[in-house]
Design a protein. Structure first.
Lengths: 308, 294
């Protein structure tokens, strides 16, 4: 009886401690994630800074109608979808290939070095990546120098001034930055394969290529699907799209470099059209949520894997 | 011990694997190496170009110049302050929350999890956040670097996955001895969780170190600016030119705007390059556990 009582008190004490442990995190999301969600109402209002959130006339979908009619929005939407799609196609399988390749390297120390160094770009600031890009792809820069030296081109390529190159440039930068990082998770899955399976395959006379195809690849299939779903979900926000648009965009490549994230920023914080920019943001949030749910539903239909 | 005989297929697979990985390795490492050798080269000489393998005229003047520029030194200091404070605070808040969330007896556990999951998929967007920050007087305030990123649910999931793998007996015996949750958390759980603490610290720290968005749009005060913003200014070379002109007004120097840019670039890459390999060995372990659960 006595013992049960003390235990009860101690559990009560622990409950309060546990609640206090979660409190800072809870406050953080309430203030910085949930409070702003109420601000979304201004997307449907004629908002004026001086009047505050709850004043202002309801305007229904007027901001959205204006948005769809705006030529610059259409261009930003086209660029966002185009750039994200090209990135998805060109970069999605690269980490899978790289993980399979790394796994075949016979020298342990070299393998470690290759993995460490190729992962490093993932941790670089986009400001640095943009600066490196400008230095290397300058008409008088090293890339043009090498291409001209090898006789592949006569005139230097204007990588950053020609709108025709921007999307592939963006995908190439993603390839450079994320291939090594993306490979880590696949490599971990491959390393986790039971060695007995390899021995059995060897006894059955399977060579290296057949082993890769019939053991390594199937082992990471699930992971590939999960990441594909996440990638499709982020087509609208598109990972590096904003960084590239903001830091590498210029008046010359604007036709292909201007993306939705930049459009929101332009209208919102620079031109101070707050309500309108909130509407643009809401549009992006809703579309990416719908895409994610669709992709997840599709994956469930396909092979029963599901990330939620 | 006889060497296993390599088949023709083995040899070609080895060769192709080494070759392809070497291509990616060089493509990754060379740009950074190029920045290093150019930053260590005399500025006026570097302007002639063609420095590809090693510095032609070795000089540390570019780096001296970097550390003589008041705005660069301030930015560097602010970047360090933000990264250290922000990382320690965020890791503490996130790890504590994750620990509490792994306890079945935590009241409202399901509700908390639901609230957190939603933040992964939906947000109020930039403008409403801007107003919240403005109302809380966080614009132009050092705390805008720290507070909004105190908690990230993805990192919380990684912590939770790791905590669940810890042997239960350790907690049980501590509870029997009358230890409270805080004691268990700080004295037992955290010391055993160094791989995941190191991994998340790196993730959070890198985000702080690299971020240019907050200082660009939520900060206008010059003395609160961080290194990435200063690098953006150096991107537009005319600005760098002005800075150098100011400096050259009363000094003799061969530093050019290009060479100053290289040195600044390298200074900002260096901390990550040094820290990251130390933490990297924990990745595979920490991330694997996390990815299985998440």
């Amino acid at each position: 009886m006595q013992q049960a009582k003390t235990k009860g008190i101690r559990n009560g004490g622990n409950q309060i401690t546990l609640q206090l442990m979660i409190l800072p995190a809870l406050l953080t999301i309430l203030i910085f994630s949930y409070l702003p969600m109420f601000g979304i109402v201004i997307a449907f209002k004629d908002y004026n800074v001086l009047d505050g959130f709850f004043a202002g006339k309801w305007v229904g979908l007027a901001h959205f109608r204006e948005m769809f009619a705006d030529e610059r929005f259409q261009s930003a939407l086209r660029n966002t979808l185009g750039m994200s799609s090209i990135k998805l196609i060109l970069t999605f399988m690269a980490p899978v290939l790289f993980a399979l390749i790394l796994n075949e390297i016979p020298f342990a120390r070299y393998k470690k070095w290759a993995q460490t160094l190729t992962t490093l770009p993932h941790f670089l600031s986009y400001v640095i990546i943009a600066t490196l890009t400008m230095i290397f792809l300058d008409p008088k820069g090293i890339v043009n120098g090498v291409l001209q030296g090898l006789g592949i081109i006569d005139q230097p390529i204007e990588f950053l001034a020609d709108p025709g190159h921007f999307w592939t440039l963006g995908a190439s930068l993603d390839l450079w930055q994320e291939t090594g990082w993306g490979a880590i998770i696949y490599l971990a899955a491959i390393t986790g394969i039971n060695t007995e399976i390899y021995e059995a395959a060897k006894v059955d006379g399977a060579g290296r290529l057949r082993t890769i195809w019939h053991i390594n690849l199937p082992a990471i299939k699930g992971t590939i699907m999960v990441l594909l779903i996440l990638n499709i979900g982020s087509i609208i926000y598109g990972g590096s799209n904003f960084n590239q648009s903001y830091l590498l965009g210029n008046v010359f490549n604007r036709d292909t470099s201007y993306v939705l994230g930049y459009y929101t920023l332009d209208n919102g914080l620079l031109q101070m059209r707050y309500a309108f920019a909130t509407a643009v943001d809401l549009f992006q949030s809703v579309v990416s949520l719908v895409l994610l749910l669709l992709a997840n539903w599709g994956a469930k239909k396909l092979n029963g894997s599901n990330i939620f | 011990m006889s060497a296993i005989k390599l088949t023709w297929e083995d040899r070609s697979v080895n060769f192709i694997a080494v070759l392809l990985s070497a291509v990616l390795l060089i493509a990754t490492a060379y740009p950074l190496y190029y920045v290093l050798i150019n930053s260590l080269n005399d500025g006026a000489d570097a302007a002639r170009g063609h420095i590809y393998l090693y510095p032609r005229v070795f000089s540390l003047e570019n780096y001296q110049m970097v550390f003589k520029q008041q705005y660069l030194v301030t930015g560097l200091g602010m970047s360090f302050a933000r990264t250290v404070v922000g990382t320690v605070a965020a890791v503490l808040v996130t790890a504590m929350a994750a620990y509490a969330l792994t306890k079945e007896k935590l009241k409202f556990r399901k509700l908390y999890l639901m609230l957190a999951i939603i933040t992964m998929y939906f947000s109020g967007g930039l403008i409403p956040l801007y107003f919240v920050l403005s109302e809380l007087h966080l614009l132009d305030n050092f705390l805008v670097y720290i507070l909004p990123s105190l908690f990230t649910f993805f990192h919380c999931l990684l912590f939770m996955a790791f905590f669940r793998e810890l042997p239960k007996e350790l907690f049980e015996s501590a509870y029997v001895d009358g230890a409270g949750e805080l004691f268990v958390f700080f004295r037992i759980v955290i010391p055993l969780s160094m791989p995941v603490v190191a991994t998340i610290s790196l993730f959070v720290g890198v985000n702080h170190w690299n971020d240019y968005f907050i200082p660009s749009f939520f900060i206008t005060k010059e003395n609160l600016q961080t290194l990435p913003v200063i690098l953006i200014r150096l991107l537009s070379l005319s600005e760098a030119q002005q800075q150098i002109q100011q400096y050259l007004g009363n000094h003799q120097s061969k530093v050019t705007m290009e060479s100053l840019r290289y040195a600044t670039l390298f200074v900002s890459v260096l901390p990550i390059t040094l820290l990251y390999p130390m933490v990297q060995r924990y990745f595979v372990k920490g991330m694997l556990v996390g990815s299985i659960k998440a």
